[in-house]
Design a protein around this ligand. Structure first.
Ligand code: FE2
Length: 260
């Protein structure tokens, strides 16, 4: 059995900028190795190793192959892929897409702007009809509450939302942290991923810390769903499970009074 086809257990990171010397990832192989070690210590068993989309996929694969032996010793399976900017999808040839895993047809999509483009819902649902699964990455870093109705529409239309592990930590900006918690409260998060770029600093590897925060605030069942079950399902090209809502006290009061 190819190592990449091996069944996955444990935590799964679908979005980590592990490949060194490409795009804005780590500068050298040693930095990538330190990130891998953190991932393994967090209990990660699969990592989708990405760079931002560009004409350098061979370099991404070369970096991943150089790290593969170290990763295997640590019990981590690597798969090279891209993180796409929404604009790339406007003109992208579907044959060229780099998916999150060998059996998956899900891709990572960064809107990379503060507003969701008007044409985006149509384009994303069009891709879904062509059997391309979409994972919208870190909406909590880009958007405010005004985007919630559209994000809800995406989530209900089988488009997955992934928040960053770092967005849950106290050191992230308060508006990002609040939006991450709002998305979790509303049951709109399908997966948490590292989006780590460096072995240290604010883009470091914090999956273990983030899982502990989710588990303490929402319970271990949801933590398992967001860090293990749903990422594993998307690797198998299955739709992620929906999360339950956790209405705050104000929302619970409003529902009691309005009966809705
Ligand atoms: Fe990223």
């Amino acid at each position: 059995m190819n190592r990449e086809d091996a069944p996955t257990t444990g935590m799964i990171d679908l979005h980590c900028h592990l490949p060194f010397g490409v795009s804005d990832g780590p500068e050298c192989v040693d930095d990538s190795r330190r990130m891998l070690k953190c991932a393994a210590e967090s209990g990660v068993t699969h990592m989708t190793a990405v760079a931002h989309y560009g004409h350098y996929f061979p370099e991404v694969c070369r970096a991943v192959e150089e790290l593969r032996a170290d990763a295997e010793k640590l019990g981590v399976t690597l798969h090279p892929a891209f993180e796409y900017d929404y604009l790339h999808l406007e003109s992208m040839n579907l044959e060229e897409l780099r998916f999150i895993g060998p059996k998956s047809r899900y891709i990572l999509l960064d809107f990379n702007r503060e507003r969701i483009p008007y044409a985006a819902p149509m384009r994303l649902f069009e891709l879904a009809e062509q059997d391309v699964g979409i994972i919208i990455v870190h909406p909590e870093k880009l958007f405010g509450r005004s985007a919630l109705p559209l994000l809800k529409q995406f989530a209900e239309g089988s488009i997955a939302l992934q928040i960053n592990a770092m967005s849950l930590l106290p050191e992230s900006p308060s508006h990002v942290r609040k939006m991450a918690r709002t998305l979790l409260d509303k049951g709109l998060v399908h997966a948490v991923a590292s989006d780590a770029h460096r072995p240290a600093g604010h883009r470091r590897y914090v999956m273990r810390e983030a899982r502990e925060i989710v588990s303490a605030a929402y319970g271990d069942a949801l933590a398992a769903q967001l860090f293990e079950v749903n990422p594993a399902r998307m690797l198998e090209n299955l739709p992620p499970l929906d999360a339950p809502e956790f209405p705050n006290w104000l929302e619970r009061l409003r529902r009691r009074w309005t009966g809705r």
